[in-house]
Design a protein around this ligand. Structure first.
Ligand code: SAM
Length: 275
């Protein structure tokens, strides 16, 4: 679908795009092809798309796989997609809020690849939820705001290194990232976007039981970014336990959270939770 086709489809369906639902639709065919290629899809792959919109990316995904599941929250767009793709049995369309859908359904997604131009307002919580799943998708190819992409790919001791970096990096590794200009979307967003390819870590950094404690440590550690991490953690654990854990991981008691590596956070969570 090019820009004119998107415009005329929206006119025909009397649909006004919603900012609140992050409806910036991709129309650049080269970018759409590049996103689909990054997923390296094969016909037998199980593919999932969140927010198919008018189906621009959906078309490319359907050309590559035998089965695609797509979750769209906007009922007008869901109705349009049902009509447009109704004839193909390859597509399972779900009308739902993807955040709620994932939180309320127990599915083993470990053989799935998720490919999506994510709505900007739910991108971060969705990625954190996907990383929290014990059996989350094996690959994520996601388009997000550039700044979110920078945080996902950040190294420690940088301004972008944050809670989001760690809560996704604990289960996923960024393998590829490329920039997408606002001109590739309709309407044009005010900022650049990034498409990232992330793969699930083949060797988990910790047992599933440590995910909640790890999350709790990271959230507390970053609760006040400018403060020393040990002060932020004080409300959560007794002082002597913190001292012992910091010593075991060889962390300076004055260190700030942004200087602590993923591996050190994992080691700290293990020490604080006896795993
Ligand atoms: N995939 C299309 C494209 O690239 O042109 C549309 C992408 S647009 C950035 C985001 C899409 O996600 C919209 O279709 C919007 O209605 C949908 N959406 C927004 N919030 C959602 C949610 N919580 N669950 C599922 N879909 C959502």
């Amino acid at each position: 679908m090019n820009r004119n086709e998107i415009r005329s489809t929206l006119d025909e369906e009397s649909v006004r795009l919603s900012k609140a639902l992050g409806q910036n639709l991709l129309h650049d065919q080269n970018v759409l092809r590049r996103i689909a290629k990054a997923a390296d899809l094969h016909p037998a792959d199980q593919a999932l798309e969140i927010g198919p919109g008018l189906g621009a990316l959906t078309e490319h995904l359907l050309a590559a796989v035998d089965q695609l599941t797509a979750i769209e929250m906007d009922k007008r767009l869901h109705a349009h997609l049902s009509e447009r793709f109704g004839a193909t049995e390859k597509l399972r369309l779900i009308h739902a809020d993807a955040l709620k859908y994932f939180r309320n359904t127990e599915v083993d997604w470990s053989n799935w690849k998720l490919v999506s131009n994510l709505p900007y307002n739910v991108a971060s919580p969705l990625l954190v939820d996907l990383a929290a799943m014990p059996r989350g998708p094996q690959r994520l190819v996601v388009t997000v705001q550039w700044e979110v992409g920078q945080r996902l790919a950040a190294c420690h001791a940088t301004r972008e290194y944050s809670k989001l970096t760690l809560l996704v990096a604990c289960r996923y590794e960024v393998k590829e990232i490329f920039k997408i200009s606002p001109h590739c979307f309709f309407p044009e967003p005010r900022v650049d976007s990034a498409c990232l390819m992330l793969d699930r870590r083949p060797d988990p950094l910790y047992p599933d039981a440590l995910h909640k404690p790890f999350t709790a440590v990271v959230k507390r550690a970053f609760s006040q970014r400018r403060k020393m991490m040990r002060k932020n953690l004080k409300g959560g654990w007794p002082e002597d336990q913190l001292d012992a854990a910091f010593a075991a991981v060889d962390l300076d008691s004055k260190i700030r959270a942004e200087k602590v590596t993923l591996e050190q956070f994992v080691a700290l969570a293990k020490k604080l939770h006896d795993v």
